[in-house]
Ligand binder design. Structure first.
Ligand SMILES: N[C@@H]1[C@@H](O)[C@H](O)[C@@H](COP(=O)(O)O)O[C@@H]1O
Length: 263
């Protein structure tokens, strides 16, 4: 695992956006050989999306030959609800870049048969040849996508019931009203993310410090599902200083020294 510690949210977002943009450019994607990008929602990746949009507007990058697969979507929240992940992605990213609508994949939480929807999503990822780079955020309880505690670390796309922690954390998007937060979601599994060639997580703020400690300093555990990335051969966590508040000093110093070339 590579850990990048940036001073603040802005520099964390810029680092992540540069990395993603470079990966897409290096791959020189074509319609026959598109770049497959996994996309998260949440407040953490907002800065990253903003930076990618800036790069597109500056003519530095194109998404014409990029295929996206989103991580998750609430169950039974109308697609046009302002807090659906469909709305989030179009409002914050897709509407501002040159991505083709047919290249965007987001789970349908209103599908008649949710199990079939999940199976077909996995099949679509496989048919596309797998994900090149999965971007992600982390919940304050260490979850990745909607893989709550107790999720199998080999899981594939499926329905998950949200924990009280997550419902409380996400209620800020629903006017603070817990009863308005959907209680279930469709989500890619930890196994789905682990199958990607590369994984890049962004993690910022003091409220994520406990999660980051468990992901980086702790053991692999289904209680902190993002900790599974310790087993991924190409995973990067980009964080800000505030998220490092609970890391051991040795871990913190090691990653800083390593990236500064002091070791
Ligand atoms: N399903 C999403 C996750 O993918 C996201 O990482 C998490 C953290 O969100 P935020 O970045 O807003 O803290 O929230 C939700 O639960």
């Amino acid at each position: 695992m590579r850990v990048i510690i940036e001073p603040n949210y802005e520099s964390m977002s810029k680092w992540a956006a540069n990395y993603v943009a470079n990966r897409i450019k290096e791959a020189t994607p074509t319609p026959e050989k598109p770049f497959k990008l996994g996309c998260p929602t949440g407040s953490s990746p907002l800065g990253l999306y903003k930076e990618l949009v800036k790069k597109y507007e500056a003519g530095e990058i194109s998404f014409q030959n990029v295929i996206t697969f989103n991580m998750d979507e609430y169950v039974h929240l109308p697609e046009d609800h302002p807090e659906s992940y469909h709305s989030f992605m179009w409002n914050n990213f897709f509407s501002h870049i040159d991505i083709k609508k047919e290249n965007v994949h987001i789970l349908n939480g209103n599908a008649e048969d949710l199990i079939k929807e999940c199976e077909e999503y996995e099949a679509a990822i496989e048919a596309a040849g797998g994900i090149d780079l999965f971007m992600g955020g982390v919940g304050p309880d260490g979850h990745l996508a909607f893989n709550e505690l107790g999720s199998s670390l080999a899981s594939k796309t499926r329905i998950k019931t949200l924990t009280t922690d997550t419902i409380i954390a996400n209620s800020r998007f629903f006017g603070g009203d817990l009863s308005l937060v959907p209680t279930q979601a469709l989500t890619v599994g930890i196994g789905t993310v682990m199958a990607a060639k590369e994984v890049l997580l962004v993690c910022n703020g003091h409220h994520k410090a406990r999660a980051l400690r468990h992901i980086i300093d702790g053991s692999i555990s289904h209680k902190w599902t993002a900790s599974a990335l310790q087993m991924h051969p190409h995973s990067i966590v980009v964080c800000d200083e505030a998220a490092c508040d609970e890391l051991s000093l040795a871990t913190y110093k090691y990653y800083l020294d390593k990236e500064r070339g002091n070791l």
